[in-house]
Write a protein that binds this ligand. Structure first.
Ligand code: MN
Length: 247
């Protein structure tokens, strides 16, 4: 069954071993494998397309606790310019932009003399809000995305649905403590604020891992890959991707 599928899918390019064939698999030549990968990538790129107009948003949030300007291009190339007073947060947002292929500019000031809480949360609100604004009515959008991402000894799965309803399921255990001067108790605050502002379902599962830095970084990268997948435009999807007709 599976062999039949792949033979049909790959056509004449490669020949998968038949059950009756006593010879080793001929597909194991590097060239055949390269062809196979190229074909698979191409078949995907036929369906995915860039929107006619790049999806972007600028969000300004000015309160007595934080002053933040965030600019996002969903259809970007991973360019970033992140300036917050929290170095570890900068590192995470740079990874998020880079691996999600979003262009992201964040200029943030905050009352970090109290602690990092307000700034971490409010930066997440502006990025979530920017996604919500940039993707608009979600016409033609894939909507769902998921990524299982390894980082050294950590394995993390993030799944998202841009359904218009905020819900977070968070199965993450991080050893208590700090990464640099960043307290890991702020990590769920960032993801909850992002979830609420972008109106998505976010399921975050860290299956295993030890190192705080690796765990948190794998979460941001996994979110990036999942959101990138979910926000792609697929030319096969006509209109809003919901049987309700709107999201
Ligand atoms: Mn790192």
């Amino acid at each position: 069954m599976i062999e039949g599928f792949w033979n049909g899918f790959l056509g004449q390019l490669v020949h998968l071993p038949q059950k009756s064939n006593p010879e080793p698999a001929p597909i194991c030549k590097p060239y055949a494998q390269a062809q196979c990968l190229t074909l698979a990538t191409k078949s995907l790129s036929f369906a995915l397309k860039m929107p006619k107009k790049l999806r972007k948003a600028k969000v300004v949030r000015d309160t007595s606790e934080t002053q933040i300007t965030t600019e996002l291009t969903v259809d970007g190339s991973g360019q970033f310019n992140i300036e917050t007073p929290i170095p570890f947060l900068n590192h995470m947002l740079e990874a998020f932009a880079k691996h999600g292929l979003f262009d992201l500019k964040v200029q943030a000031k905050g009352d970090v003399e109290i602690d990092f809480h307000h700034t971490v949360e409010d930066v997440a609100i502006t990025i979530g809000e920017a996604f919500k604004q940039a993707i608009g009515d979600k016409a033609g959008m894939v909507r769902y995305g998921a990524s299982t991402l390894p980082m050294d000894e950590v394995l993390t799965t993030c799944a998202v649905d841009f359904c218009g309803r905020p819900a977070m399921v968070y199965h993450v255990k991080i050893p208590r403590g700090r990464i640099g001067d960043f307290d890991v108790e702020l990590v769920p605050e960032w993801f909850q604020a992002f979830t609420n502002a972008s109106l998505i379902n976010l399921h975050m599962n860290v299956w295993y891992g030890r190192n705080r830095h690796h765990i948190v970084e794998s979460m941001f990268k996994s979110l990036a890959k999942a959101v990138d997948m979910a926000t792609q435009i697929d030319e096969r999807i006509k209109g809003v991707p919901s049987t309700k007709g709107q999201l």
